[in-house]
Design a protein. Structure first.
Length: 387
């Protein structure tokens, strides 16, 4: 009671999570209507916003109160709602582009999909208009059941039933919005290669028949319309891939190769997954204070050979990164990129982009990245790259 008195006076005291939940339930007992409930819950959430776990619970109840009042506006509160499908539907209802992370999560569920999210952003940025928003504009939303105030143990005044309906564009795989999402997802997968496991790929869209059975919809990758991007075998295309499609492991692997191009025949011939490359990779990442084990190097080396925009081609087939063997796995730049990268100016431009990206990835300065490259490889900056 002392803590509650201080809170209402504007004094924020750190208390156990149970205290805050107990007060949240007390608000439900004492509020005369939904407007008062929202006001008091919002004050409690804002007072302890730093606790993301607690704030997400309060946010879900605030969203429920809003939906029960038929308010479907999209704002900061909806962005923090835990229901991914709801976030996508309400973004489209308000003519907004859904978040790329949400679209990937909507289709593939939980898990690390960072490269797929990156590829999706590249695909959507290359489109003249957001195809998902356009698909939503072409059809009226349906309605789906939504359980308001899930997990809230108090009966709320004015709320006769917690079962409400909300607008949705994502009911079935045949909805225009879901078909549009399927197209951009397929294009994203093609850009980065078959990143998803066979089990993941079986979780794709299904068509629900009149008998209640579900038939998987097989997507025809060859029929997917890809966005117009700079060709992958040009310097511009390589820069786009490094910024939009690669992760930090891939950038680190490539920057080490290009940094040593003047003293080792990486550009002219094979790029070996060698002990020398591993040793320099470990020294470089150690200087940056990040994980630089063989797994990170193998992963970066492997994914640089995957997808339509891969700059490398493996000498032998390797279905997964774990199949690459130290001292035997080799790759080559695509023929046109070999020609493009022989000039020091072209390499210097790509190196500058990679150094900037790695600096952002690792939260280091550009000069720290350059110093780590010098220390890790034993080679001074190539011609055209500033120390």
């Amino acid at each position: 009671m002392y803590w509650r008195q201080e809170l209402l006076s504007g004094v924020i005291i750190d208390v156990p999570l149970t205290y805050r939940f107990l007060y949240a339930y007390e608000i439900g007992c004492r509020s005369a209507n939904l407007v008062e409930l929202e006001k008091r819950l919002a004050f409690l959430r804002n007072s302890y916003r730093a606790d993301e776990h607690f704030a997400s619970y309060i946010a879900s109840w605030l969203v429920s109160a809003r939906l029960w009042r038929r308010d479907f506006t999209y704002d900061e509160l909806i962005e923090s709602a835990p229901d991914v499908r709801l976030r996508v539907d309400l973004a489209l209802l308000n003519n907004r582009s859904p978040n790329a992370d949400d679209l990937v999560h909507l289709v593939y569920g939980h898990g690390q999909r960072d490269r797929l999210v990156q590829a999706l952003r590249v695909v959507r940025a290359a489109e003249p208009a957001d195809v998902v928003v356009a698909a939503a504009a072409s059809t009226a939303p349906q309605r789906r059941g939504y359980v308001a105030f899930a997990g809230y143990p108090i009966n709320i005044r004015g709320v006769a039933s917690r079962a409400i309906d909300v607008p949705t564009y994502t009911n079935t795989a045949q909805d225009p919005v879901m078909l549009a999402i399927a197209r951009v997802m397929a294009a994203s997968e093609l850009l980065i290669g078959d990143l998803l496991s066979p089990a993941d790929r079986e979780l794709q869209f299904v068509q629900h028949t009149g008998t209640g059975s579900a038939i998987p919809i097989r997507r025809n990758a060859t029929a997917t319309v890809l966005p117009v991007l700079p060709p992958s075998d040009t310097v511009e295309g390589l820069c786009l891939s490094s910024k939009g499609l690669w992760d930090v492991d891939m950038r680190i692997t490539m920057v080490l190769v290009l940094w040593q191009a003047d003293i080792k025949p990486y550009i002219e011939g094979e790029i070996a997954l060698s002990r020398d490359l591993r040793k320099k990779h470990e020294a470089f990442t150690a200087a940056l204070g990040i994980d630089g084990g063989i797994g990170a190097l193998r992963r970066g080396f492997f994914y640089l050979t995957r997808g339509l925009r891969a700059p490398w081609r493996l000498d032998v087939e390797a279905p997964v990164a774990a199949d690459l063997r130290m001292g035997t796995a080799c790759a080559r730049f695509t023929t046109e990129l070999q020609h493009q990268l022989r000039g020091s100016a072209a390499r210097a431009r790509i190196l500058a982009d990679l150094i900037e990206q790695i600096a952002q990835d690792t939260r280091k300065s550009r000069s720290e990245i350059v110093a780590a490259l010098v220390a890790g490889t034993g080679a001074e900056p190539p011609l055209g790259v500033q120390a």
